[in-house]
Design a protein around this ligand. Structure first.
Ligand code: DGY
Length: 435
């Protein structure tokens, strides 16, 4: 392992967070992603929390100012004009004064505000802001259950790969093949002029991303229709685990602030999802799998989506199996945790979500394992993550074999996660954080 200078690392991460700060929101990175992204923002807020708590709350408040009336919180808010990104607001065609995309993102806001509140040296100072955000976040959770699980199974689906955040995961290759491409209007990608095209999704995948956007737009972005009308309906275990964790964290915070009704509703939502989650468990693979809701079958793809589930309280047995799986992977790649099974034929160590390591995912797995008593494996993930930064800086994602930084550079949520890693457990970097 590389020698880690925690004070230098702290300064490096803080520098990235400051550079990507646009006053009331942050961009994930200049150029490649010039607007506010939903889960990027909520996780980046955790980083701001170490620098300026007020700024951290503002980040999440800004996002929720763009919540739709039905409760949906969009995955992109187009605060400014910038033709360096595709697809921009003209493709989404959402009728709002400040335009947004029309799909959502993993719901980490409930988790994030609880963490900010609990960690504050003066939580009372943020009480009113928490009280204002809690009903909005609760509305979003309710929206997921109503609009992404219309039959009330307890598990929510995603209807676009961008909604999961794991855009080009191997998990949805087969389901995505069923998405047509006829009628996609001609377009020019921008991502490949900012990042190495070999690190990004393929053209065939982009055509399908855009077909889905055009299809949902043709239905007027009416969320009461989109789920059933989508040829792509995937139940992602990691996504559902995030929802469980956020519902529970929001419930705890709501209880602490005397908002009993919201607390009870969120606990009930978490319980419904937790009760249904075992239907995604694969004994043969020792982890959870995605479900193709259109076919009603589990998808035989061993990806990070099934390991992220440990972010929620899934019980000691499954948490233990996931720790074992992480340890097994650690014997196959130099750094962990790759986003896809390194032994699989379709593993690709540099292409976005088909193999590279993402530090936000490492953070969720490390945090979850730690909560469930798997300290040694959690520490291994933290050590590997900090080592990657020391080797390759604050990239968007990393090659698990070579440690090469891939995709965009100078990345906000990677920087934020570094501050979290320095603080986790006994806090390898407590000195740096308390400087
Ligand atoms: C992108 O443009 O790569 C994003 O992941 C879509 O949100």
């Amino acid at each position: 392992m590389t020698e880690i200078d925690t004070s230098a690392l702290f300064a490096q991460a803080a520098g990235v967070l400051q550079d990507n700060d646009r006053g009331t929101y942050s961009v994930p990175t200049k150029g490649l992603y010039p607007f506010q992204w939903n889960w990027d923002s909520c996780l980046t807020a955790l980083g701001y929390g170490f620098l300026d708590e007020d700024r951290a709350w503002t980040e999440i408040e800004t996002l929720f100012r763009h919540q739709w009336d039905d409760g949906m919180v969009p995955h992109i808010v187009f605060h400014v004009e910038d033709d360096g990104y595709f697809p921009g607001p003209d493709v989404w065609g959402v009728a709002r004064e400040i335009q947004t995309s029309g799909i959502s993102n993993p719901p980490v806001a409930g988790f994030a505000i609880r963490r900010l509140y609990d960690r504050s040296s003066n939580p009372e100072a943020f009480r009113a802001r928490a009280e204002a955000l809690i009903p909005k976040i609760s509305h979003w959770h309710r929206w997921f259950h109503a609009c992404r699980d219309p039959e009330g199974t307890g598990l929510v689906a995603v209807i676009h790969p961008w909604e999961t955040g794991r855009d080009n995961s191997v998990d949805w290759d087969a389901a995505f093949d069923r998405v047509p491409t006829e009628g996609v209007k001609p377009y020019t990608r921008r991502d490949t002029s900012h990042a190495n095209p070999e690190h990004r999704p393929t053209q065939a995948q982009y055509d399908r991303y855009i077909w889905l956007v055009q299809h949902f737009r043709s239905l007027g972005w009416d969320n009461s229709r989109l789920h059933d009308a989508s040829p792509f309906q995937i139940v992602d275990p990691g996504f559902n685990a995030i929802l469980i964790r956020s519902c529970e964290d929001l419930a705890d915070l709501a209880d602490a602030l005397g908002m009993a009704e919201i607390a009870a509703e969120n606990r009930a939502m978490a319980e419904r999802t937790r009760a249904a989650l075992p239907s995604l468990w694969s004994e043969a693979h020792g982890q959870y799998l995605c479900l193709d809701r259109k076919l009603g079958t589990l998808i035989d793809s061993r990806s990070i989506g099934g390991l992220m589930t440990v972010f929620a309280d899934i019980g000691a047995e499954h948490a233990g199996r996931i720790a074992e799986r992480v340890e097994e992977i650690a014997s196959q790649t130099k750094w962990i945790v790759p986003s896809h099974d390194p032994a699989a034929a379709d593993f690709n160590s540099t292409r976005y979500w088909r193999g590279p390591i993402w530090l936000i995912i490492n953070f969720m797995i490390a945090d979850g394992l730690r909560r469930q008593g798997r300290i040694e494996t959690s520490d291994r993930i933290v050590g590997s993550s900090l080592d990657l930064i020391a080797v390759s800086g604050l990239a968007e994602y990393y090659d698990p074999h070579t440690g090469e930084g891939c995709g965009g550079g100078h990345f906000s949520w990677t920087a934020a996660m570094v501050l979290e890693f320095l603080n986790i457990g006994d806090g390898v970097g407590n000195e740096a954080l308390n400087h």
